[in-house]
Write a protein that binds this ligand. Structure first.
Ligand SMILES: Nc1ncnc2c1ncn2[C@@H]1O[C@H](COP(=O)(O)OP(=O)(O)OP(=O)(O)O)[C@@H](O)[C@H]1O
Length: 314
């Protein structure tokens, strides 16, 4: 089902066309990542969805409704928005920050308190420790999680994220990705995320939209972007040297393993991607490993030579 339809949308500032006749659809419950060089119009395109930026030409439909027909306050309350630097209110506690939109929507206080506690739990922020803290008392990573929790507070079906993880160091960023994927799966939220980080795009995106100079060059699955780039710029942006590793990160170990064998000292979960399996085996120094299901029962095996063969094909 289509959640967002962008039809021939253009944004001009004076003589400058910063978004140029862009059309794309976003499926409900999917994550679409917009990538492109600096100034290519990514944020502008996204900000036209919740009307933070007025559309010059074209139309955007959210849930079948033309955004122009929805009062702007109602639209923004329905659509979560998380930005780099989190935009938290400095004089409101963590709980009060998260409660912002539910309060505007007149939720009763019991429902708000329950939702705040649920979100803090989901983001691994112990309510007893964090609910009454102020933003300046939190680390950057914690502030970022509160920013995303706040954007999700009123259970939006759609979440717009503008480089939400840009300021995080790589380890915390990885954790933030895991959180987002888990929460997105749990709530079925549709997500549009703008990033500069291609690894982030390939890790999170069901679809990747590539922009250059205001134009949308391609919007496809990560596999298609890598194997059938629509334009030399797409190929250049998505990288050529580590293409095999990127593709391996999209392929599940479960679908490529060999038959189970006895006597293997090391085991990997079948939920890993081929890339993570390769990284684990290099790290552990093993040439062959058992593959286990969620109950730790053996379901197959994988060898280094098989992984390399699959990587070469990728
Ligand atoms: N209010 C504005 N007035 C005039 N020009 C603007 C305005 N907002 C954005 N622009 C211009 O529109 C172009 C696209 O900006 P936008 O922020 O959408 O790009 P972006 O791809 O998100 O860039 P970045 O990755 O650097 O954040 C830029 O050239 C920018 O200077």
């Amino acid at each position: 089902m289509t959640m967002i339809e962008i039809r021939n949308v253009t944004k001009r500032y004076g003589a400058a066309t910063v978004v140029d006749k862009v059309s794309m659809c976003v499926e409900k419950g999917s994550i679409t990542v917009i990538v492109g060089t600096s100034g290519s119009g990514k944020s502008t395109l996204m900000r036209m969805i919740n009307r933070l930026v007025p559309i010059t030409e074209g139309e955007i439909f959210v849930g079948g409704q033309n955004v122009i027909d929805v009062p702007v306050t109602e639209l923004r309350r329905k659509i979560g928005y998380a930005i780099q630097g989190h935009g938290l209110f400095p004089h409101r506690t963590v709980a009060q920050n998260i409660a912002t939109v539910p309060q505007l929507l007149d939720w009763d206080s019991v429902r708000i308190a329950k939702r705040v506690e649920e979100l803090l739990g989901l983001f691994n922020l112990d309510p007893a420790t964090f609910a009454d803290k102020y933003p300046h008392q939190l680390s950057g990573g914690q502030q970022q999680r509160v920013g995303v929790a706040r954007a999700l507070a009123a259970e939006p079906e759609l979440l717009l994220m503008d480089e939400p993880f840009g300021a995080l160091d790589p380890v915390i960023r990885g954790k933030a990705h895991d959180d987002l994927l888990a929460i997105q799966k749990q709530f079925g939220t549709t997500v549009i995320l703008v990033t500069h980080d291609m690894d982030e795009a390939f890790h999170l995106g069901n679809h990747i939209a590539v922009m250059s100079q205001g134009k949308l060059l391609q919007c496809s699955t990560p596999e298609k972007i890598l194997t059938e780039p629509a334009d030399p710029f797409v190929q250049q942006l998505t990288g050529t040297s580590d293409r095999a590793l990127k593709l391996m990160s999209l392929l599940p170990l479960k679908e490529s393993m060999e038959p189970a064998k006895s006597g293997l000292a090391y085991a990997l979960p079948q939920s890993l991607s081929l890339r993570d399996a390769l990284a684990e085996m290099i790290w552990q120094g093993v040439d062959e490993a058992a593959v286990q299901d969620g109950e730790k029962a053996p379901v197959g095996s994988i060898s280094m030579s098989r992984l390399l063969e699959l990587g070469r094909k990728a």
